[in-house]
Design a protein around this ligand. Structure first.
Ligand SMILES: *[C@@H]1O[C@H](CO)[C@@H](O)[C@H](O)[C@H]1NC(C)=O
Ligand SMILES: *[C@@H]1O[C@H](CO)[C@@H](O)[C@H](O)[C@H]1NC(C)=O
Ligand SMILES: *[C@@H]1O[C@H](CO)[C@@H](O)[C@H](O)[C@H]1NC(C)=O
Ligand SMILES: *[C@@H]1O[C@H](CO)[C@@H](O)[C@H](O)[C@H]1NC(C)=O
Ligand SMILES: [Zn+2]
Length: 675
């Protein structure tokens, strides 16, 4: 069904007196509307929204908020905004049974419906409206007048099919259907689960890193990457509630909650209100662990700022991934009126500026509070390695994101002058003082084993810069951070075996979404440099098919990384989208690459490098994104999921990202309630 984009006047108050007598709608699936500009995700009805949206799936006993919104608007922006809906009725039924008021069904203390909230929001409904500022036009968004009710902290106790219906006029009703699954008892329970996420990694990156790091003879590799002999391999689809292509917030949120969401949302479905903290929440796997297996230890590790989308998805609820200060607050305080804060046993990453000082929430000193709550705080690699205690461990090693493997290990001088010291003294957080993913993960395992004991642990560990460096088209930096992930997985398996945990641990390695990255040949660096002045000739440096000979990386010291990152033959690689840029496949020595050039358009926002920089000798690639974009965008291809250990069977086929939650909760025996 198409949303009405032409004049569509709805006078909500006309229905006021009629509504109570009406009948709830039959369940009828309404397809998503076609087009780029949804009024609100998961809202195919022209005026009503029920959130969680149609087809949501729950575990019995998992917590959720339920919001209903009614939208009154006129797409002709010359007309006044219509009156908001004055009344509506929300009912629910189980397995096609009798329709019952929400309050009665969930046996709420307050038996009357919650007060109706009102707000307005702007619906950016066309391309012209979206770019009105950029191209200086007068196109205006559609003002939508909202009436809404929210019921918080509900749970479905029994498996079955549930229909929720909102009646908002004598003939207007909208109904959604939820499934509450039958809890599964695992064939063999996993005591521990480790979820490795290489942010933004696709299969093309795996193949590239294999070619860079593994010896080969006659085109056959001597060995494979560490995770390639895992028990199972599947595909994960990554599209979100309202878009083909996801960002890292709602994709990680799908893993942590079992629910897809919208761009930038973490642990919530997006509503239309302004506050990013009132959106309807769904329960996180970590919260479920705290309620159902409270002695299990929880760890969150990332090479990004710890408030960044992927790690945050495992301990927060917010509509807006950029509410960094509040995200850090939620480590300790959680969300009011919801459930106990996750308070991870181990939390390691960057983002130090939100733990104290002027950027922290209300200038609070969270480090002091964390210490009071029994945390040990570490702020550099040395302190991290030295820690062998039993206490909860929080490590924050830098303001913002940790530096890439290449800058931490090869070009430490690039980190001189960063002023990024985690104590906010303005000193540097030298690359050599920052731990890497391997250091952090192995320490997390050590602490989690001590704290979880027989109850085991859940750990999420993210290689964040694979994504961040692919955005900037800095392929060597993205490769190196993926190699660091590969080595981390190898050392994790060794650690699990040594510590007698291997047989009891579900290990997953996946990405949250892809970039359109691939290798299509190899490049002769000396040739491209020699013929830099001839646009036609330098393109001959790219060898295709029979001329795509292997790159000349070597690893004589056996640390898993190439010894020399600037061999003469390198991979000819690219992504399927990007800004205008030059490509010479060189290593940027002075820090992560800023690929976009500003010579054709001066509309880019940030992250633009002078074309006379490292890549000026390269081949010109014309951009294929809106001119406001200075970095490459995510893509929709399915991502891999490698799985090993108890419960890994679940992951051997094509699954949707929200199902990953159900696979992990089944393996950990978290689905069966003990309440
Ligand atoms: C929009 O509304 C104005 C004012 O009521 C009217 O003059 C105009 O014709 C309408 N435009 C369309 C496309 O309906
Ligand atoms: C919504 O917008 C209308 C028209 O501008 C205004 O009269 C009304 O007060 C607004 N409602 C809220 C709740 O802000
Ligand atoms: C939490 O619940 C209390 C009691 O119902 C209420 O007064 C308060 O406003 C709620 N706080 C939030 C943030 O929802
Ligand atoms: C790094 O900087 C130091 C001090 O500025 C300098 O002595 C050293 O040569 C530099 N190292 C490299 C590899 O450039
Ligand atoms: Zn990204």
């Amino acid at each position: 069904m198409l949303l009405p984009l032409t004049s569509n006047i709805i006078i909500g108050c006309l229905f006021t007196t009629l509504v109570a007598a009406g009948k709830p709608g039959k369940y009828k699936r309404v397809s998503d509307p076609e087009g780029q500009f949804y009024r609100l995700g998961g809202c195919p009805d022209p005026h009503a929204c029920i959130i969680p949206p149609d087809l949501s799936t729950f575990l019995p006993g998992a917590l959720l908020d339920l919001r209903v919104e009614l939208h009154a608007y006129d797409t002709n922006t010359s007309n006044p905004v219509p009156e908001p809906y004055k009344n509506f009725k929300t009912t629910i039924r189980k397995d096609n049974g009798k329709w019952i008021d929400i309050e009665k069904f969930f046996e709420l203390e307050d038996s009357s419906p919650p007060a109706i909230e009102h707000w307005n929001f702007s619906w950016v409904n066309t391309i012209d409206v979206k770019y009105a500022d950029v191209f200086d036009t007068s196109d205006k968004p559609v003002d939508v007048a909202v009436s809404s009710r929210i019921w918080r902290k509900l749970k479905f106790d029994k498996p079955g099919t549930y229909d929720v219906s909102v009646q908002y006029g004598p003939k207007n009703a909208y109904t959604v259907r939820y499934t509450v699954v039958k809890p599964k008892k695992p064939k063999k329970k996993a005591k521990n689960a480790i979820l490795f996420i290489a942010d933004g990694c696709n299969v093309g990156m795996i193949a590239a890193v294999r070619a860079i790091t593994k010896k080969h003879t006659s085109g056959k590799y001597h060995e494979m990457l560490s995770f390639e002999d895992f028990d199972q391999l599947g595909h994960v689809m990554t599209q979100s509630v309202d878009s083909l292509v996801t960002d890292s917030a709602n994709s990680a949120s799908a893993y942590s909650t079992g629910h897809k969401s919208s761009s930038a949302a973490l642990g919530v479905y997006a509503d239309s209100s302004e506050s990013p903290f009132d959106d309807p929440k769904v329960e996180l796997i970590t919260e479920l662990i705290r309620r159902r297996q409270p002695k299990k230890a929880i760890g969150v590790v990332s090479t990004a700022a710890g408030h960044d989308a992927t790690p945050a998805a495992f301990y927060v609820h917010t509509r807006d991934r950029d509410t960094s200060a509040e995200i850090i607050d939620q480590i300790i305080n959680g969300v009011q009126n919801w459930t106990d804060p996750v308070a991870p046993d181990v939390w390691l990453g960057g983002g130090a500026q939100y733990f104290q000082g002027e950027e922290s929430l209300n200038g609070q000193n969270y480090l002091e509070e964390l210490k009071k709550n029994g945390y040990q705080i570490v702020m550099n690699k040395k302190e991290l390695k030295k820690y062998h205690g039993n206490d909860k461990l929080l490590g924050t090693f830098r303001t913002s994101h940790l530096d890439t493997w290449i800058d931490r290990n090869m070009f430490v001088n690039n980190t001189i002058g960063n002023g990024a010291a985690p104590d906010l003294s303005g000193n540097d957080a030298l690359g050599s003082d920052q731990p890497g993913l391997t250091d952090m993960t192995l320490k997390a395992l050590e602490v989690l084993k001590k704290r979880g004991g027989d109850n085991g642990f859940f750990l999420m560990a993210e290689a964040a810069s694979v994504d961040k460096q692919l955005h900037g088209l800095d392929f060597p930096r993205a490769f190196a951070d993926l190699i660091e992930m590969e080595i981390t997985i190898k050392k994790t398996v060794e650690w699990l075996k040594k510590n007698d945990e291997y047989e009891d641990t579900l290990i997953l390695f996946t990405a949250d979404h892809a970039h359109g990255f691939d290798v299509y040949g190899s490049v002769d660096q000396s040739y491209i440099t020699k013929h830099a002045s001839s646009d036609d000739r330098k393109r001959s440096a790219v060898g295709l098919y029979q001329d795509s000979g292997w790159p000349s990386y070597d690893d004589k010291d056996g640390d898993g990384f190439p010894d020399d990152w600037t061999p003469n033959i390198v991979l000819a690689a690219g992504t399927n989208n990007g800004p205008d840029h030059f490509e010479a496949w060189k290593l940027a020595h002075n820090g992560p690459r800023k690929a976009a050039v500003a010579n054709d358009h001066d509309i880019y926002i940030g992250n633009v490098e002078d074309p006379a920089g490292h890549y000026g000798d390269g081949i010109k690639w014309n951009g294929n994104l809106p001119v406001t974009e200075s970095v490459d965008s995510h893509t929709m291809t399915d991502v891999f999921i490698y799985a090993n250990g108890p419960g890994s069977d679940f992951f051997r086929k094509t699954i949707d990202n929200w199902q990953v939650f159900f696979g992990i909760t089944e393996a950990l025996d978290l689905q069966r309630s003990r309440e």
